[in-house]
Design a protein around this ligand. Sequence first.
Ligand code: ADP
Ligand code: MG
Length: 261
Amino acid sequence: MQSVAELAGVSVVRGGATLLDDIDWRVNEGDRWVIIGPNGAGKTTLLQLLSASLHPTRGFVQLLGEYLGAVDVFELRPRIGVASAALADRIPRGEAVGNVVVSAAYAVVGRWNERYDAMDLARAGQLMKQLDIAHLSKRTFGTLSEGERKRVQIARALMTDPELLLMDEPAAGLDLAGRERLVATLGGIAADEEAPAMVLVTHHLEEIPAGMTHALLLKDGRIVSAGDIADVLTAEKLSETFDLPLELTESDGRWSARALT
Ligand SMILES: Nc1ncnc2c1ncn2[C@@H]1O[C@H](COP(=O)(O)OP(=O)(O)O)[C@@H](O)[C@H]1O
Ligand SMILES: [Mg+2]
């Protein structure tokens, strides 16, 4: 099995604080990982390593067969799709949705004057259909609802046909119906054999789409447990991760957790 990402003895230290501590982890082709942990656990920092936007302080990060530090990250980044709040903040509010999606092929965020070729436009159209945003293509990003913005970001992240798809709390801030629709769409992507390896961050079990294959529990920058989702998502391990006695239920690949009283 080909690895998409491999971390060995990875630590990230910033401003004297250890954000990630001695992480060993491997993501293989076809894997669908969910990273779960409380606020401040280091989830976003871990995704920054996987998106080649941060280098480890110690240890080695291999992405798509290349070692961070020994590769031009500008060649690596188009091979990795990212949907995160930090990236969304950089999308100009006045930009048309169709442009936001297709411009990912040119790895720019901002005003673009590129001439898009027919294949790129066709791919953008197909992704907007898949994410149910085709009808919004002429609207400006700033006029969209939160749920619609998330879909635009995911379409944009898939535009370059990446080998790895990273999503940082894609369902955060959505209402119940919006969350359920997005989780269903993500479940469709997870079930698609052609879709890239996925790593999705959340702190709510209810936001885990059906079809995720692996889970990693993160607490204070350390891995509590990582592996097959059924082995990792247990009441005991989740309680340890969140420092709270929890019980969880699973039904048809969807999870939920509540405090034990
Ligand atoms: N540049 C920085 N310097 C010092 N601490 C930071 C820096 N960036 C983030 N942190 C801290 O690192 C911890 C992990 O952050 P983050 O990866 O964003 O966690 P999560 O996404 O799990 O909520 C948090 O406690 C955060 O305050
Ligand atoms: Mg975060």
